[in-house]
Write a protein that binds this ligand. Structure first.
Ligand code: SF4
Length: 164
Protein backbone atom coordinates (compact mmCIF):
# COMPACT_ATOMS: atom_id res chain seq x y z
CA UNK A 1 0.00 0.00 0.00
CA UNK A 2 1.29 3.44 -0.92
CA UNK A 3 0.95 6.47 1.30
CA UNK A 4 0.58 4.82 4.66
CA UNK A 5 -0.52 6.90 7.66
CA UNK A 6 0.96 6.62 11.14
CA UNK A 7 -1.96 7.03 13.56
CA UNK A 8 -2.23 7.61 17.31
CA UNK A 9 -3.42 4.44 19.03
CA UNK A 10 -5.86 6.39 21.25
CA UNK A 11 -7.65 7.78 18.17
CA UNK A 12 -8.25 4.19 17.06
CA UNK A 13 -9.90 3.31 20.35
CA UNK A 14 -6.98 1.84 22.27
CA UNK A 15 -7.22 2.78 25.99
CA UNK A 16 -3.64 4.05 26.22
CA UNK A 17 -4.02 7.66 27.37
CA UNK A 18 -2.64 8.86 30.68
CA UNK A 19 -6.08 8.37 32.25
CA UNK A 20 -6.45 4.85 30.88
CA UNK A 21 -9.02 5.91 28.31
CA UNK A 22 -9.14 6.17 24.54
CA UNK A 23 -10.07 9.17 22.43
CA UNK A 24 -11.81 7.26 19.69
CA UNK A 25 -12.18 9.19 16.46
CA UNK A 26 -15.39 8.14 14.76
CA UNK A 27 -14.97 9.18 11.15
CA UNK A 28 -15.73 7.33 7.92
CA UNK A 29 -12.21 8.02 6.65
CA UNK A 30 -10.75 5.96 9.50
CA UNK A 31 -12.68 2.89 8.43
CA UNK A 32 -11.86 3.51 4.78
CA UNK A 33 -8.15 3.89 5.44
CA UNK A 34 -8.15 0.83 7.67
CA UNK A 35 -9.78 -1.24 4.94
CA UNK A 36 -7.20 0.07 2.47
CA UNK A 37 -4.41 -1.11 4.77
CA UNK A 38 -3.01 2.38 5.20
CA UNK A 39 -3.01 2.72 8.96
CA UNK A 40 0.05 2.01 11.10
CA UNK A 41 -0.85 2.31 14.78
CA UNK A 42 1.41 3.52 17.56
CA UNK A 43 1.30 5.16 20.98
CA UNK A 44 4.65 6.94 21.34
CA UNK A 45 4.37 7.23 25.12
CA UNK A 46 3.83 3.48 25.54
CA UNK A 47 6.60 2.83 23.02
CA UNK A 48 8.84 5.01 25.15
CA UNK A 49 8.21 2.78 28.15
CA UNK A 50 5.50 4.67 30.01
CA UNK A 51 2.70 2.81 31.79
CA UNK A 52 -1.09 3.13 31.63
CA UNK A 53 -2.36 4.95 33.57
CA UNK A 54 0.35 7.56 34.15
CA UNK A 55 0.37 11.10 35.51
CA UNK A 56 -0.33 13.73 32.83
CA UNK A 57 2.80 15.40 31.45
CA UNK A 58 3.50 18.76 29.83
CA UNK A 59 6.41 20.38 28.03
CA UNK A 60 7.84 23.17 30.20
CA UNK A 61 7.07 26.89 30.14
CA UNK A 62 5.45 27.56 26.76
CA UNK A 63 8.10 25.54 24.98
CA UNK A 64 7.69 23.08 22.15
CA UNK A 65 8.53 19.55 21.10
CA UNK A 66 11.32 21.00 18.95
CA UNK A 67 12.87 22.53 22.06
CA UNK A 68 12.74 19.15 23.80
CA UNK A 69 14.55 17.52 20.87
CA UNK A 70 17.19 20.26 21.03
CA UNK A 71 17.71 19.62 24.74
CA UNK A 72 16.35 23.09 25.54
CA UNK A 73 13.12 21.99 27.24
CA UNK A 74 12.09 19.18 29.54
CA UNK A 75 8.89 17.17 29.89
CA UNK A 76 7.62 16.69 33.44
CA UNK A 77 4.54 15.08 34.90
CA UNK A 78 2.25 16.14 37.72
CA UNK A 79 4.24 14.04 40.20
CA UNK A 80 7.29 16.15 39.37
CA UNK A 81 9.06 13.34 37.54
CA UNK A 82 11.18 14.23 34.51
CA UNK A 83 9.93 12.06 31.64
CA UNK A 84 11.90 13.75 28.86
CA UNK A 85 13.93 10.65 28.04
CA UNK A 86 10.81 8.51 27.68
CA UNK A 87 9.17 11.09 25.41
CA UNK A 88 12.23 11.30 23.17
CA UNK A 89 12.59 7.51 23.07
CA UNK A 90 8.94 7.17 22.08
CA UNK A 91 9.32 9.79 19.36
CA UNK A 92 12.34 8.00 17.91
CA UNK A 93 10.51 4.67 17.88
CA UNK A 94 7.51 6.31 16.20
CA UNK A 95 9.81 7.77 13.53
CA UNK A 96 11.51 4.40 12.98
CA UNK A 97 8.15 2.65 12.62
CA UNK A 98 6.87 5.34 10.26
CA UNK A 99 9.95 5.10 8.05
CA UNK A 100 10.01 1.29 8.10
CA UNK A 101 6.34 1.15 7.11
CA UNK A 102 6.54 3.82 4.44
CA UNK A 103 4.37 6.41 6.17
CA UNK A 104 4.43 9.80 4.46
CA UNK A 105 1.64 11.08 6.70
CA UNK A 106 0.63 10.95 10.34
CA UNK A 107 -2.75 11.44 12.00
CA UNK A 108 -2.01 12.29 15.61
CA UNK A 109 -4.11 13.25 18.61
CA UNK A 110 -4.22 17.05 19.00
CA UNK A 111 -3.15 18.60 22.30
CA UNK A 112 -0.85 15.81 23.48
CA UNK A 113 2.73 16.58 24.55
CA UNK A 114 3.76 13.73 22.22
CA UNK A 115 1.21 13.83 19.43
CA UNK A 116 -0.07 17.45 19.32
CA UNK A 117 0.54 19.08 15.95
CA UNK A 118 -0.91 22.58 16.42
CA UNK A 119 -1.74 23.09 20.11
CA UNK A 120 -0.22 21.76 23.32
CA UNK A 121 -0.61 22.55 27.01
CA UNK A 122 1.63 25.39 28.07
CA UNK A 123 3.55 23.72 30.89
CA UNK A 124 1.67 25.39 33.73
CA UNK A 125 -0.62 22.38 34.39
CA UNK A 126 -3.55 24.80 34.50
CA UNK A 127 -5.40 23.63 31.40
CA UNK A 128 -4.01 26.47 29.25
CA UNK A 129 -2.86 25.66 25.72
CA UNK A 130 -0.60 27.50 23.34
CA UNK A 131 0.50 27.03 19.75
CA UNK A 132 3.06 24.26 19.59
CA UNK A 133 3.87 20.67 18.73
CA UNK A 134 4.44 17.57 20.80
CA UNK A 135 7.77 15.75 20.76
CA UNK A 136 6.75 13.02 18.32
CA UNK A 137 4.96 15.40 15.97
CA UNK A 138 8.02 17.65 15.91
CA UNK A 139 10.41 14.76 15.14
CA UNK A 140 8.18 13.39 12.38
CA UNK A 141 7.94 16.83 10.76
CA UNK A 142 11.70 17.31 10.94
CA UNK A 143 11.96 14.10 8.94
CA UNK A 144 9.55 15.07 6.20
CA UNK A 145 6.41 13.33 7.42
CA UNK A 146 3.29 15.50 7.14
CA UNK A 147 1.45 15.57 10.47
CA UNK A 148 -2.30 16.08 10.80
CA UNK A 149 -4.78 15.74 13.67
CA UNK A 150 -8.41 14.86 14.18
CA UNK A 151 -9.12 18.55 13.52
CA UNK A 152 -7.42 18.52 10.12
CA UNK A 153 -8.46 15.07 8.87
CA UNK A 154 -10.04 16.60 5.75
CA UNK A 155 -6.70 18.15 4.84
CA UNK A 156 -5.13 14.71 5.30
CA UNK A 157 -7.73 13.20 2.97
CA UNK A 158 -6.75 15.72 0.29
CA UNK A 159 -3.04 15.14 0.87
CA UNK A 160 -3.41 11.35 0.61
CA UNK A 161 -5.50 11.65 -2.57
CA UNK A 162 -3.14 14.06 -4.26
CA UNK A 163 -0.14 11.89 -3.37
CA UNK A 164 -1.34 9.05 -5.61
FE1 SF4 B 1 -2.59 8.96 22.30
FE2 SF4 B 1 -0.24 9.90 21.47
FE3 SF4 B 1 -0.95 10.12 24.04
FE4 SF4 B 1 -0.35 7.72 23.06
S1 SF4 B 1 1.05 9.44 23.24
S2 SF4 B 1 -2.11 8.22 24.35
S3 SF4 B 1 -1.14 7.87 20.97
S4 SF4 B 1 -1.95 11.10 22.30
Amino acid sequence: VKNRILVSACLLGQPVRYDGKAKTLLHPLIQQWQEEGRLVVICPELAGGMPVPRPPAEIGARQDGKDVLLGEARVTDTSGADVTDEFIAGARIALNVAQAQGCRFALLMEGSPSCGSQMIYDGSFSGQKHAGTGVTAALLRQNGIQVFSQNTIEDLRIAVQSAH
